[in-house]
Design a protein around this ligand. Structure first.
Ligand SMILES: Cc1ncc(COP(=O)(O)O)c(C=O)c1O
Length: 464
């Protein structure tokens, strides 16, 4: 059998053999093959347990980024694997355009019970980009169905990441996704500033002013474009791609009020924020705001299956009920995949049963307190965090705020030092820590110690 399982593969495979095959046949997302081919450029992972991941040679590390900030319930959950296996053996798939399945119905019911307010109607997708794409089309057709056929434009924010399919890429403003190559993209997207007080793009002197001006900038764009042409504003409650930029309490209520006043839908992209990551089930709950559509993925299954979802308010979903073209003729072969839905159900049950949302809040604060102590360092510009979603903004110069990423090799050296001490994570421009939500106090302290050592080491290496 070609699938041998870990024990079988460890008997037959060597690192060099796998490396050769990988370099010949595997396309690494977001990475340059030449970098993967460098000495030490390829790490092959073989297993995981709790907050830790183990590589081919058996070295164990804290996974500081929890995969791509999604392994919320931790690695090695037999309970989820059992449910997925059972569902695959019972009914692994049913035509999702024609039938419901028991796990998809139960997962939708569960999600609706967890989501704030009247976000009750769940549209399953295969991942985050699909969810964003779906939300954008949903917003367009919502207006179309109501006779607002000119409402076709979107507003997103500087530095926000929303995925890579062409619609999602059009609203994705993260600097590293090569947007220019894919121009022209949807010509209907305008970009507002990110409420990011450490580097406020507007002239705000205080964090509060930055938040207020950034929200006002959204309204300015709506007015410039003509409110009757704007379909939706899309924003992550807390932007991880901007180094965990946490807006102040003014921002989201203002966005909600502006959208309401102009008949614009508000899409909260909770793909990375959701399912306890920020110390609430959904990050938007920190701001007391009800979005019209919420996009989800990642923590919905903690990565045990490839699942995403959009949840729409009743009022939005109702606009799709009627004859003929009112129907949302949109869907993925794997929308509501039974095994994916089974994974989501058990994953959500674990999050609730083990109090992982509360643990994220408590352990996140403990981690943030430890990291905040590092602010004394000449290369730590800012430290931010909400729940177990923290970032240290590393700078070359505190006064100018020039990023440490401008120092050649600094990020690689820091990553290598952290890895030597048993922690894998992203380092520049932000040292991100979004580990499993299961972390104990001792594990938080150990991670904080490793980070602290890494920062002191780099300071010395760079001669501060
Ligand atoms: C906020 C946000 N939206 C959308 C996406 C895209 O998700 P995916 O990579 O599953 O397509 C991501 C991925 O990191 C994200 O963080």
């Amino acid at each position: 059998m070609s699938y041998k399982g870990l024990d079988g593969w460890l008997e037959t495979e060597t690192f060099d053999g796998l490396r050769e095959a990988a370099l010949s046949n595997l396309w690494f997302p977001m990475q340059q093959l030449n970098d993967v081919a460098k000495e030490g450029g390829l790490q092959i992972m073989r297993s995981g347990q709790g907050a830790k991941i183990t590589d081919f040679e058996g070295r164990e590390y804290y996974d500081g980024f929890a995969g791509l900030a999604l392994v919320n319930v931790g690695y090695g959950r037999e309970e989820i694997a059992d449910a997925v296996r059972d569902q695959l053996a019972t009914l692994h798939y049913a035509n999702t355009f024609s039938y419901g399945t028991i796990p998809a119905i139960k997962a939708a019911e569960k999600l609706a019970s967890l989501a704030p307010g009247d976000l009750n109607r769940v549209f399953f997708t295969s991942g985050g980009s699909d969810s964003v794409e779906t939300a954008m089309k949903m917003a367009r057709q919502y207006h179309f169905n109501r006779g607002d056929k000119e409402r076709i434009k979107f507003i997103s924010r500087q530095g926000s990441y929303h995925g890579v399919s062409l619609g999602a890429l059009a609203v994705n403003q993260a600097p590293w996704v090569n947007r220019d190559i894919f121009q022209p993209m949807l010509p209907i997207v305008r970009v507002a500033p990110q409420p990011y007080p450490y580097r406020c793009a507007l002239e705000g002197e205080t964090a509060s002013e930055c938040n207020i001006r950034c929200a006002q900038a959204v309204e300015d764009i709506i007015l410039e474009e003509g409110a009757e042409t704007v379909a939706a504003v899309i924003a992550e409650p807390v932007s991880v791609s901007s180094g965990v930029a946490i807006p102040g309490p003014e921002y989201w209520p203002m966005l909600r009020e502006i959208c309401d006043r102009h008949g614009v839908l508000l899409i909260a992209d909770e793909v990375i924020n959701g399912f306890g990551r920020t110390g609430k089930m959904f990050a938007i709950e920190h701001f007391g705001v009800q979005p019209d559509i919420m996009t989800l993925a990642k923590g919905i299954t903690s990565g045990y299956q490839a699942v995403g979802a959009c949840i729409a308010r009743d009022q939005v979903a109702d606009a799709f009920v009627g004859e003929g073209d009112v129907t949302f003729r949109h869907g993925y072969t794997y929308s509501g995949h039974p095994a994916g839905a089974a994974a989501a159900l058990v994953n959500m049950e674990i999050i609730e049963r083990e109090g992982l949302v509360e643990n994220s809040a408590v352990m996140g604060q403990r981690l943030l307190d430890r990291l905040t102590a590092l602010k004394e360092s000449p290369i730590v510009g800012d430290v931010r965090g909400l729940g177990l979603m923290c970032a240290i903004e590393l700078v070359k110069d505190k006064a100018t705020k020039e990023s440490l990423s401008s120092v050649p090799g600094a990020g690689d050296k820091l990553s290598a030092r952290l890895a030597e001490n048993g922690l894998l994570t992203r380092t520049v421009p932000y040292l991100n820590l979004t580990p499993a939500l299961t972390l104990s106090a001792a594990e938080v302290d150990e991670i904080a110690d490793i980070v602290s050592d890494g920062i002191s080491y780099i300071e010395k290496e760079l001669g501060y």
